[in-house]
Design a protein. Structure first.
Length: 263
């Protein structure tokens, strides 16, 4: 099982607050997500952690009446990794998202204090109950992914979400090769390095933007997507979402991907 095309989704960190609920941007966030959906950006990435649950409520309102258009990813936080807590967390997410299934449920962050075997048994149970269509992990090392998979009886980890952008490249050493070798889909979070990439000019990005008749932001996103990695930028601005969506439908040449990689 693989994530759907297009390999550009929408992040939600900050929608409805960051670490705590903040209702200030509810309407603009719902509108932004609906706008992205109407452009065909199906993949929406959220987590029980975000905005103390309000981000999931916002996503639930954005997809109301159009559940099938969306591919919903949510995540269980690292304080909820015991068997019963995982199940409770998943039910909480489903309720806030106002849906009866998640397309992909991720273990948000590993925790040395929680037994991974319990976590993964609970994740598999959610699949068996049809509450979750697929499972994955986030911020795991290859060794931990291997261990997590070993606790699953008949379910495969289908995706790994990790930080990846032109400035943060650690995943290239082990994580990306491991996932490719094990047919695990790759999801890059912070594709704009939390906005750092959108705020500074970069000579090579400018040069390639001219060459492809695109913006530097589109080059930065396409660099990820062209490597068959899903990018999930967060944006609450329709102009930015439109700009990001235009990173689809064309590809940087392998030579230019490499130039950016080695720059
Ligand atoms: N699994 C994990 O542990 C984990 C960790 C971090 C993040 N994530 C997920 O990954 C998503 C993306 O990461 P992120 O939100 O931290 O950072 P990001 O997507 O790299 O950057 C978001 C910032 O970029 C701006 N932006 C987006 N498109 C733009 C454009 N075309 N032009 C100019 N600015 C633009 C946004 O502002 P505007 O809203 O004004 O456009 C926002 O300030 C998160 O929202 C979350 O869903 C997952």
């Amino acid at each position: 099982m693989h994530l759907p095309q297009p390999y550009l989704g929408m992040g939600t960190w900050g929608m409805g607050g960051t670490w705590e609920r903040n209702p200030d941007n509810i309407d603009v966030s719902i509108e932004a997500l609906r706008f992205g959906l109407s452009l065909g950006l199906k993949i929406i990435d959220v987590a029980e952690l975000y905005g103390g649950g309000l981000s999931e409520e916002i996503v639930g309102r954005a997809i109301a009446g159009r559940r099938e258009e969306a591919y919903l990813i949510s995540k269980v936080w690292k304080t909820n990794l015991r068997y019963d807590d995982v199940l409770r967390a998943a039910h909480g997410s489903l309720k806030r998202l106002n849906t009866d299934y998640l397309d992909l449920y991720l273990v948000h962050w590993p925790s040395e204090e929680m037994p991974l075997s319990e976590t993964m048994r609970a994740m598999e149970h959610l699949v068996d109950e049809n509450l979750v269509r697929a499972i994955g992990v986030s911020n795991f090392s290859p060794q931990l992914m291997e261990e997590a998979q070993s606790y699953l009886k008949h379910t495969a980890i289908i995706a790994h979400e990790f930080e990846y952008n032109l400035l943060t490249r650690e995943a290239e050493h082990e994580v990306i090769p491991y996932c490719r070798a094990h047919d695990i889909d790759l999801i890059a979070y912070r594709p704009f390095a939390k906005g750092a990439l959108t705020q500074h000019t970069n000579v090579l990005l400018e040069e390639l933007a001219k060459k492809y008749d695109k913006t530097p932001n589109q080059i930065a996103l396409n660099w990820i997507i062209s490597q068959d990695i899903v990018a999930i930028p967060k944006s609450s601005s329709e102009a930015h979402i439109k700009e990001n969506a235009d990173a689809l439908g064309w590809e940087l040449s392998p030579q230019d991907i490499e130039r950016l990689r080695s720059a």
